[in-house]
Design a protein around this ligand. Sequence first.
Ligand SMILES: Nc1ncnc2c1ncn2[C@@H]1O[C@H](COP(=O)(O)OP(=O)(O)OP(=O)(O)O)[C@@H](O)[C@H]1O
Length: 273
Amino acid sequence: MNLEVTPIALERTAPRLMQSEPLLTMRAISKRYGDVRALHNVDAAVYPGEVMGIVGESGSGKSTLLRMMNLEDTPENGDYHLRLPQRADGNLFDLSRYERRMLCARHIGIVYQNPHLGLLMRHSSSGNVAERLLIAGERSFDVLRGKAREALDASEFPLARMDARPIELSGGMQQRVQLAKAIALEPALLLLDEPTTGLDVSVQALVLDTLKRLQRDRKITMVLVSHDLGVIRTMADRVMVMRHGEVVEQGLADQVFQDPQHPYTQQLVHAKL
Ligand SMILES: Nc1ncnc2c1ncn2[C@@H]1O[C@H](COP(=O)(O)OP(=O)(O)OP(=O)(O)O)[C@@H](O)[C@H]1O
């Protein structure tokens, strides 16, 4: 099958989800690491309350794009806007490091595939969640512990273990602590970078159930990166397909999976069937 065709971004409309203005808008994002073109001219829009799945083979630029959304990295070109209450619009890449850190702490949560990136493994689980609240200015011990407990409970973490250190927990439990930390401040945007990759299939299903319940109950806007089409299919309303740092196809998840237009998407979908 010839995949070397000009990339096309096939947008198909999602009537229900796209009625409002996007929460997240990225335009013309490009990023190189030395000779490697990690992202090339990527546009993205994520609407309030939806789950946007980003899928593509290893090295296609998924994690780089998510790091941009989490303001951990900046591109050579492009701009990034989040529509947040009581905040003037502007390109978030123009903010200072401190401003970016504060904006992320308050408005963006992230769960990494590798829990070492998201957690202090030798601090208690509740302490990890409380740390997020401390950054946002909360100082009362009772409030910190209460809110950490609430976030852990919402992430379906067993509260009897809230003082255990992540290093003592299973992979699935570590992901629940990351999730609790990510949602503790009720972020506008939750970023999930391969959150269940590496977990046993049964544990993976339970963590995905928790994510689905949270999404349903709290209407959290999520961006989910996965190389696993099954995970994307289970979770996503819309999907972006990436290849060699470009978006080759995007649209409603059901449509893209049932009737993929780009040869690369066709290959991905048929390989999975
Ligand atoms: N910090 C970095 N330094 C150098 N190259 C990088 C860096 N981060 C990413 N890259 C390169 O950019 C390209 C895109 O990487 P990225 O991690 O975004 O892809 P991915 O789709 O998330 O892949 P995977 O599923 O394997 O994580 C790859 O070629 C990668 O090697």
